[in-house]
Design a protein around this ligand. Structure first.
Ligand code: AMP
Ligand code: ZN
Length: 480
């Protein structure tokens, strides 16, 4: 059947077809780095991770780009208040973002372009728009002339889209009011006196607007047409509507083949949002002893991505039980495997192997059906239930147990929870260069039989949250 996904532009579930067979160019809107990302942000990033993993498991070669918005009003204000450069101001927030992504076992994107590093590309795009009559300078800023782009509003379905205040907290609706029409939006913002982040441009000193950033970086890294563009539903309008207008006005090409948006995570009935002050962070939960894989599991499986999810503390417990049940069955299958080459137990009818095959097929079909993870997990728990019953009765052959483990592994390549929760593999991400250097130094100390130093370095690594285990073939690390 192949992957079917809901497309926001066409408003229906339809077959997903990238432009080039077998290859997917995927762009996901990333964070603004002026504070710690909350569970709502991570719900969206996790659903995007689920989609990416399912695409890869289905045989697609994916190139994934996620931007980092490291210049905007709040960042400029925060840096000025702290008396530091915007780079100094954003650095700890960027690091915290990557720490949380790693904790949640999110596959790293292939590129994390930062807005401040793509200003020339943004200016080029703005100049193209001005030359083609879609952009106009006014008082040192540049605006997009919405009236010149007849398809404006097609994504959000709001005919008078530009007349409404944006749903997201990040709307360029501030004091830039030199525009000709209320629905026009800003491409380039003239700098104000004393601002710490300014770039020269043909229009005077200034900085890019938020929307142009994603158009320019997506095109620079993925080409004029991307296969898949994702974000939370609050990005639909105005952010993605504006991205389409800017990109298509400049290139004359379709900007995005397929739009995927994740519904919100709610807290106490309202959208979890920094601006509302009702946020919970991964850091806060981890500090209270909640396992990151439980957070991952809850945010992925609590509801289908097109439904809202209410974050309730009690549900962490149910999620922990579900994770433990998966891990328990995984271990049961793994531990009861006979050693390779050892005696095998009776063949018998291989019920467990057949159950595993059915579960994998159902899981894959559920994900092909607009990423229906709740249905996929139902298949997985049917396998656990049936498998435990067969194991209790001694009716599972070694081949069956191996097949069950294999099936769980296949499922977990997409789910990304069980192996990490079982402590069998470290999270997908690599060590940072500093961590790697420390790890390598310890390996050398061990090779030199300098065990005192090796122990001290092991303790250093542990303080960074990296547990090192020495094995005959070399040491292994995992994040704890
Ligand atoms: P922001 O930094 O606010 O642009 O958010 C980064 C990403 O998180 C975007 O894709 C947003 O749509 C998404 N997002 C923000 N708040 C929530 C929420 N409460 N639930 C789900 N996704 C969210
Ligand atoms: Zn974006």
């Amino acid at each position: 059947m192949g992957l079917h996904l809901y497309d926001t532009m066409r408003g229906r579930v339809e077959p997903f077809q990238p432009r080039e067979p077998g290859r997917v160019r995927m762009y996901t809107c990333g964070p603004t780095v002026h504070g710690r990302n909350h569970l709502g942000n991570f719900r969206t990033y996790l659903q995007e991770d689920l989609l990416r993993r399912h695409l890869e498991a289905s045989g697609f070669a994916v190139t994934h780009v996620m931007n980092i918005t490291d210049v905007e009003d709040k960042i400029i204000r925060g840096a000025a208040e702290a008396g530091v450069s915007i780079d100094q101001y954003t650095a700890p927030h960027i690091e915290a973002f990557f720490t949380d992504l790693r904790r949640l076992n999110v596959l790293p994107a292939h590129h994390y372009p930062r807005a401040t590093q793509y200003v020339p590309q943004m200016l080029q795009l703005i100049e193209r728009l001005v030359a083609a009559g879609f952009g106009y300078p006014a008082e040192g800023s540049v605006y997009f002339h919405v009236g010149a782009f007849p398809h404006y509003g097609a994504l959000s379905g709001l005919p008078a889209a530009g007349l409404q205040a944006g749903a997201s907290g990040r709307v360029d609706s501030d004091e830039y009011d030199a525009k000709e029409e209320v629905r026009d939006f800003v491409l380039w913002k003239a700098s104000r006196p004393g601002e710490v982040a300014v770039w020269p441009s043909p229009y005077g000193q200034g900085r890019p607007g938020w929307h142009i950033e994603c158009s320019a970086m997506a095109m620079a890294l993925l080409g004029e047409t991307v296969d898949l563009h994702c974000g939370g539903v609050d990005n639909i309008f105005p952010h993605h509507e504006n991205e389409i207008a800017q990109s298509e006005a400049a290139t004359g090409q379709q900007f995005v083949r397929h739009w995927m948006h994740c519904e919100h995570l709610l807290l106490a009935g309202g959208k979890m949002a920094k601006s509302e002050g009702n946020v919970v962070t991964v850091e806060a939960l981890v500090a209270r002893g909640v396992r990151p894989m439980v957070i991952r599991y809850l945010l992925l499986s609590g509801a289908h991505y097109r439904r809202r999810l209410h974050f309730r503390e009690e549900e962490l417990e149910a999620a922990a039980e579900a994770v433990d049940r998966l891990v328990g069955f995984w271990r049961r299958c793994a531990e009861s495997l006979p050693p390779a080459g050892g005696p095998q137990d009776g063949a018998g009818p291989d019920l467990l192997g057949a159950a595993a095959q059915r579960a994998v097929a159902r899981f894959q079909a559920a994900l092909d059906d607009d990423l229906n993870l709740p249905a996929g997990l139902a298949a997985c728990f049917d396998l656990v239930h049936e498998g435990n019953r067969l194991l209790d009765r001694g009716e599972a052959s070694a081949a069956g147990r191996a097949a069950a483990l294999d099936g769980l592994r296949t499922i977990d390549r997409v789910l990304g929870v069980i192996e990490v929760a079982a402590g069998e593999v470290a999270v997908a991400s690599a060590l940072s260069p500093e961590e790697q250097a420390l790890f390598d130094t310890r390996e050398r100390a061990r090779a030199d039989r300098d065990y005192g130093r090796a122990d001290a370095l092991r303790a250093d690594l542990l303080r960074l949250g990296i547990a090192v285990e020495d094995r005959p073939g070399g040491s292994r690390w995992r994040r704890v």
